[in-house]
Ligand binder design. Structure first.
Ligand SMILES: [Zn+2]
Ligand SMILES: [Zn+2]
Length: 99
């Protein structure tokens, strides 16, 4: 699984974006987990649901202009992908979901 389409400082870009939206999903508004949050009481699937992902609006990971980036919870992120590209493979999506 290659991450070569992402820039070297992608983690940094994504983190800044998440900080900017205060770790809230920009679609449904759910408050996601941020580093340092206590998650021991959450199940693995709950933690996964509350993981904020930085999504590329135009589906081009190399386009990291701020207006192309949107922070989404896992459910909204999935709906963006399954809604727009019905034939997306799990592999493609999990690449995106790493962040
Ligand atoms: Zn959401
Ligand atoms: Zn995405």
């Amino acid at each position: 699984m290659s991450k070569s389409r992402y820039p070297d400082n992608w983690n940094e870009i994504a983190f800044k974006q998440k900080e900017k939206v205060k770790w809230q999903c920009q679609k449904c508004g759910v408050q996601c987990l941020k580093p340092g949050d206590k998650t021991a009481h959450l199940s693995k699937s709950d933690r996964a649901k509350l993981t904020l992902v930085v999504h590329h609006s135009n589906y081009q990971p190399e386009d990291n202009r701020e207006e192309n980036l949107i922070c989404l919870c896992t459910a909204c992120h999935l709906s963006y992908h399954t809604g727009k590209r019905g034939n997306i493979s799990i592999g493609q999506l999990s690449l995106d979901l790493d962040f």
